[in-house]
Structure formats: structure tokens, C-alpha cells
Design a protein around this ligand. Structure first.
Ligand code: SAH
Length: 399
């Protein structure tokens, strides 16, 4: 796949010469190149959550254990959210430690936790085995809980309005590194750590750091594990899992064929190729029409209504005619298959862009509704702790 050529006068950095993640371009208008291959290839240790049910049995047998231990471990991990050998009192004391340390190597370490909304929004910074960093955000609402997970350390998609996009891609996460973020949140909720009493995790969104469909295998394995009934998995409903993508068309089509009806969200941000190629550089590879066709295909195969995400950026993409063009392009592909989620732009460091004015936002929404498109402004939580959409940069030195 061709990377987007740098703009005239822009940095001529390539994937191999890209600077350390903390470095941001001082000039917001100089676009980063797309980066499709990770800089780092080190693999995290293999973990219980990387394995399917049969592989779990095989691993335990290889340790000299009885096959039924796999189910015991799965119950500890997916029902009680623990990997601590001290909790595993149904395992023989002599082998408890060995089993636990072999099957549950520590993969993610909490190094910082920030709270907002009276403790009901929690952003956690995790260090991985190689000191790569990712963040996850847990949001508790009156009637549901949602976790936003990271699927990559950094991101290679280079969207200029997204803090993660400015980091470049460090590496893909393994399945277990993603599942561990989920387990930690589920445990925190189950133990009543989030104000409002003990609760279950209802929703999961792949809207943290990274482009989930660029780490396809780990993401789909994570989804399989999350929807597998307890004790083999977390027993979540596929429709409560949202995979958000910049529009990697072949992967969107592949996802449609998996037979797991997760919700698909397409980060569109502009209905015309000229602007979208600037805001979402992968558009130079797959155009607006190709991305929308793949989204429509997803609906046809799965029956799941697709979400279109649209960050409203003042004087960039918030014009009435763009709302009309978006409405027309969506209607040209049928009715009832899609809804639009405008998101007021969240500020990111160094960015010259701001959110659209309220009146402009209202007009944009009204125009889409005028075309018969269900449209709801995304409630973005956590912007005061840089935990909202597009603000995850895994920083720890700004305390
Ligand atoms: N890479 C995936 C998922 C991560 S981002 C994707 O792009 O879809 C989740 C959503 O937040 C995307 O729609 C993304 O475009 C949006 N987003 C990024 N930066 C933002 C910002 N500064 N303000 C509002 N939304 C933003």
C-alpha cells in the first residue's frame, strides 16, 4: 500500500526514522506519513487469554495437569476476573504458583489513574512488558457501563486532529493485552470500586489508541473471547461491542464475514475526498465512496446498523453543504442502515482546530435529520482528564 506522500515542505520521515512517540510535530499543518508497519516487533509473553479453549487444555496438559484445570482457570479469570494464585484455592497448593505464573504472566501494569465525573469516568495508563504505553477509559452511566480499549500502542493512521494519530505506531497489542484491559475494568466494576455499587461491564468500544482493523487478528480473537459464554469467555453481547475504523475497506469486508454481529463505526469526518484525505489520510488509499460501500455491505451481511463518526471541526468540515452531501451519499445507499454520530472536536495539544460553534453543530444535525438520517451528538466524557475521543496520548509527566 502506498503511504501518503508528504506535503511540500512537510517532514520526510519514514516509518523507520519516525521519532520517539512523545515528540509531536510543532507544525500541525505538516502531515505525518501513514505508517502501516509497527516500529517494534517484540512479542509479549503468551498468556491464558491468548488461547482458545482447546489450546488452554493443551497447555495445561503440557504442564502435566489434568484437562479439567482449563475450566477452573477460565472460571477464575473470566467469572471472578482474577489471575492471582492465592485466589485459586481449588488448585492443588503444590502447583498453584507454577500454573498461575506460566498461564498468567503479568502483561499490563497500572501506572496512573485519573478520574472525572465524580469517579465514574476513569482513565488508566498501562505499561506493557516492553514499557510501551496504552490507555483505557471506563465510563459509568446511570444504566450502563462502557469501556474504551486500546488495540495498538500509538497509531499509524496519522489523522491530524487526533492525539494518538500524532504519536505514530509503536506496535500492535496481543489479544491478551487487550483482554487484560477488559478484565481489569470488569474486576473494578465487580468489586464496587466505581461509585454506584457493584456492576457489570456492558459495552466495549475499540475507540482507544490504535486502529483496530490494522491489528485484525488480535482484535477479532479478543472479540471472540469477549462474546464466548462464561466461563470460557466474558459472555458479552456482540452488539454491545463497537469496532471503530478509519475505513480499512478489505478488513471491513472481512469483518462482515466473521459471523459475529459487532457494531461497526466508520470514522468518516468528511463526505468529500479532498477534505477527507486531509483529515483521515488513509482516504488516499480507500475513498469516501469505497468506505461507505463497505459500511453498507457490513449492514447487508450482519443486519447491524452502522455508525458514522463525524468530529465537528470549526470551519473545516461543519458546513451545511457537507451535511447535505453526507445525507445524500448515505441515502443513495438505502434507508435505515446507518446513523450519524457527530462528535464536537475534543482539543488536542498543539492543534489549531477547535470544535464547531453550537449553532453550527445544531444546523449540521438538523440538515442530516432533514435527509431522514438518524443523528445523535456523541456525549464525550472525560475531556477534563484528556480521556475523550482522540485525546489518548499515554502521557505521564504532566501531573
Ligand atoms: N482508529 C479508530 C478508533 C479510534 S478513535 C478510528 O479512527 O475510528 C475513536 C473516534 O474518535 C474516531 O472516530 C476518531 O476519529 C475520533 N477522534 C479522534 N480525535 C478526535 C478529537 N480530537 N475529537 C473528537 N473525536 C476524535
Amino acid at each position: 500500500m502506498p503511504a501518503r506522500p508528504d506535503a511540500p515542505g512537510g517532514p520526510s520521515r519514514t516509518a523507520t526514522t519516525l521519532g520517539v512517540p512523545a515528540v509531536r510535530p510543532s507544525d500541525q499543518t505538516a502531515p505525518l506519513p501513514l505508517q502501516l508497519a509497527p516500529r517494534r516487533r517484540g512479542k509479549p509473553p503468551r498468556h491464558f487469554a491468548d488461547l482458545g479453549p482447546e489450546e488452554r487444555v493443551a497447555s495445561l496438559v503440557a504442564l502435566g495437569e489434568k484437562p479439567f484445570r482449563a475450566k477452573q482457570l477460565a472460571t477464575h479469570y473470566f467469572t471472578h476476573f482474577t489471575s492471582d494464585p492465592a485466589d485459586m484455592t481449588d488448585l492443588p497448593k503444590s502447583t498453584r504458583e507454577t500454573i498461575a505464573t506460566t498461564m498468567f504472566p503479568p502483561l499490563i501494569r497500572e501506572t496512573r489513574r485519573m478520574e472525572a465525573d465524580g469517579g465514574t469516568t476513569v482513565k488508566t495508563l498501562w505499561h506493557l512488558f516492553d514499557e510501551a504505553k496504552v490507555e483505557s477509559v471506563l465510563m459509568r452511566y446511570p444504566n450502563r457501563t462502557t469501556l474504551c480499549v486500546s488495540s495498538q500502542a500509538g497509531c499509524g493512521m496519522a489523522c491530524p486532529f487526533c492525539a494518538t494519530g500524532q504519536l505514530g505506531l509503536t506496535r500492535n497489542l496481543s489479544t491478551a493485552e487487550i483482554v487484560e484491559q477488559v478484565r481489569a475494568a470488569a474486576r473494578s466494576l465487580a468489586q464496587g470500586e466505581i461509585p454506584g455499587g457493584a456492576a457489570r461491564l456492558n459495552n466495549l468500544v475499540f475507540m482507544g489508541m490504535g486502529e483496530p482493523l490494522a491489528n485484525y487478528k488480535a482484535v477479532i480473537e479478543t472479540v471472540r473471547t469477549l462474546v464466548a459464554p462464561q466461563p470460557e469467555g466474558l459472555g458479552m453481547s456482540a452488539r454491545n461491542i463497537t469496532v471503530s475504523t478509519v475505513g480499512l475497506v478489505p478488513a471491513m469486508r472481512k469483518l462482515a464475514d466473521e459471523g459475529i454481529p459487532v457494531t461497526l463505526a466508520l470514522s468518516l469526518h468528511a463526505p468529500d475526498d479532498d477534505l477527507r484525505s486531509e483529515l483521515v489520510p488513509i482516504n488516499t488509499r480507500w475513498s469516501v465512496d469505497e468506505a461507505l460501500d463497505a459500511a453498507r455491505h457490513y449492514f447487508e451481511v450482519t443486519g447491524r446498523r452502522v455508525s458514522i463518526e463525524y468530529a465537528l471541526i470549526k470551519d473545516m468540515n461543519d458546513h451545511g453543504w457537507r451535511a447535505d452531501l453526507l445525507g445524500e451519499k448515505l441515502n443513495a445507499r438505502g434507508k435505515g442502515w446507518v446513523h450519524v454520530n457527530p462528535i464536537p472536536l475534543n482539543p488536542t495539544p498543539g492543534s489549531i482546530w477547535t470544535a464547531s460553534d453550537r449553532a453550527v453543530e445544531d444546523e449540521f444535525v438538523a440538515r442530516l435529520r432533514g435527509h431522514g438520517i438518524p443523528t445523535t451528538i456523541r456525549d464525550t466524557r472525560g475531556s477534563d482528564i484528556d480521556g475523550a475521543c482522540g485525546q489518548l496520548a499515554a502521557e505521564e509527566d504532566d501531573e
